[in-house]
Design a protein around this ligand. Structure first.
Ligand code: GSH
Length: 198
């Protein structure tokens, strides 16, 4: 039975679809209308009433980046997921860094851009506060192409999914050229092409 990924492609479900497509793992995509997220039928999938929701056989998961770590480890160890404990720890580090240090600062700009939120002051403050955070990423990438090891990994996919929100929110990140070029590399993967296999 194929994995099931619930949620609009315009939501964080896109991160999970990207991960599955990167590995060529077949999945069933179930779009869930925004006004149905708190319905009991969807709460049975994700009790938070948010997308993505995810099922793989008996396993149900929420949290997009955690789902990606699971998919990458189960279907892509040695490819998308590291084979040694040090690199595994680095992948977890960059994932948690993106979720906790970056996402809260760039989210308000995305909300304003798409008319979901109206706190322009929070959007502007986040765009300022994220500068030293992205400098950490930029410094790490000054003499390397990818975050962990020599190839694109789940660390890039997860952190790239989050840093991309700065772009979606029209936050200029050209002041971190290494991070900017890395984001371009991440976002130009063929697995992000809408025509990539589901
Ligand atoms: N940290 C969660 C965030 C999930 C989330 O907030 N999803 C949004 C869509 S991108 C949602 O479902 N919002 C509806 C709501 O909050 O009611 C994740 O990464 O999966």
């Amino acid at each position: 039975m194929a994995m099931k990924i619930y949620g609009s492609p315009m939501s964080r479900a896109s991160r999970v679809m990207w991960c599955a497509k990167e590995l060529g793992v077949p999945f069933e995509h179930i779009d869930v209308p925004w006004d149905k997220l708190k319905d009991p039928s969807f709460l049975a999938v994700n009790p938070n009433g948010k997308v993505p929701g995810f099922c793989d056989g008996e396993l149900k998961l929420f949290e997009s980046l955690a789902i990606n770590l699971y998919i990458a480890k189960k279907y892509g160890t040695g490819e998308l997921y590291p084979t040694n404990i040090d690199d595994e720890a680095r992948a977890l580090q960059w994932t948690l860094w993106a979720a906790t240090e970056v996402e809260p600062l760039v989210l308000p700009a995305v909300m304003v851009k798409f008319g979901i939120g109206s706190d322009a002051a929070a959007a502007q403050a986040g765009a300022e506060k994220v500068k030293p955070v992205l400098k950490v990423l930029d410094d790490h990438l000054k003499d390397r192409e990818w975050l962990v090891g020599e190839t694109f990994s789940v660390a890039d996919l997860n952190a790239g999914s989050v840093v991309a929100m700065a772009r979606y929110g029209d936050i200029d990140i050209s002041y971190v050229p290494n991070a900017s070029a890395w984001l371009d590399r991440c976002l130009s993967r063929s697995s992000r092409n809408p025509a990539a296999r589901e």
